[in-house]
Design a binder for this molecule. Structure first.
Ligand code: ADP
Length: 260
């Protein structure tokens, strides 16, 4: 606006210019508020596991707990909470990297089928602990995807990890992928607890959880889907969520790919 020579701008256009500047400031304020909320949330999220760790360490040090099994249980909790703390810090760093678009420097050609199979093989080990089976149906000869492999993998891991986390023992997870014209479609489907309709629009917000206690006990950071959203945005992709309480959930990704 400031670079446009004023004398060529009509009275109305000048007024429009002023409105734009005001909107800009409002936008900045909004961003500032989002940042402030995020810092407040992060502080709270970091404090919770630290407080729990310190509490258990203090109890153990006091010598009040004589029972060996109980001592072991306390040490296990300390271990799990520290792991969660590490994951939380890693997720926060990932989000900050994604916001700065730093990761995009390393663009590469990704064989989607091969990469999905690598991820599924790793996730099967995690799933087997809950007797959950992962089935996959991935089309042959899809076009290569041009993106950062690490980030593509992280997005898929977050979604499959959630499918396992929120599916009771003995359930099923399915990963389907195919190419539809110049779009890659990947579906992650589970037979889990499902998500209430009213929560679906807020799922991708940082630290939003349907059930805080369940997320915490499953080791969740509350940032998994916020990371998915960011990565998908960098790919110009879209996501659709279909869910039925008590029956299961399906996340469907739509990613544009260049066809030859
Ligand atoms: P979290 O670390 O809590 O899993 P996410 O950002 O990955 O955080 O997910 C946000 C919330 O969305 C979860 O706490 C959970 O309530 C819900 N959710 C995500 N994936 C699923 C799923 N497959 N089935 C049921 N609920 C899910």
């Amino acid at each position: 606006i400031s670079s446009a020579p004023i004398r060529y701008i009509s009275k109305y256009e000048r007024i429009r210019g002023i409105i734009l500047i005001i909107e800009d400031i409002t936008q900045l304020r909004k961003l500032e508020n989002v940042r402030r909320d995020f810092i407040a949330n992060v502080s709270h999220e970091l404090k919770t596991p630290i407080t729990s760790i310190r509490g258990f360490v203090e109890t153990l040090r006091s010598g009040e707990v004589q029972d060996e099994n109980m001592q072991k249980r306390f040490l296990e909790i300390i271990d799990l909470e520290s792991e969660r703390l590490i994951r939380l810090v890693e997720d926060i760093l990932t989000l900050s990297d994604l916001e700065n678009n730093l990761e995009l420097i390393q663009m590469e050609k990704i064989d989607v089928k091969e990469t999905l199979n690598e991820i599924i093989a790793i996730m099967r080990q995690l799933a087997s602990k809950k007797e959950i089976t992962i089935r996959s149906n991935i089309e042959e000869n899809m076009n290569l995807l041009y993106f950062t492999k690490d980030k593509f993998k992280q997005m898929m891991i977050n979604l499959i990890d959630n499918a396992i986390k929120y599916t009771p023992k003995g359930g099923k997870v399915e990963v389907n992928a195919y190419q539809n014209k110049n779009q890659l479609q990947i579906e992650i489907k589970d037979t889990g607890i499902g998500i209430p309709k009213e929560d679906i629009p807020r799922l991708f917000e940082r630290f939003y959880r349907v059930d805080k206690a369940r997320s915490r006990s499953a080791g969740g950071t509350g940032l998994g889907l916020a990371i998915v959203k960011h990565i998908l945005q960098l790919m110009n992709g879209k996501i659709k969520v279909e869910s039925e309480l008590g029956k299961g959930t399906s996340f469907i990704l739509f990613i544009p790919i260049t066809t030859n």
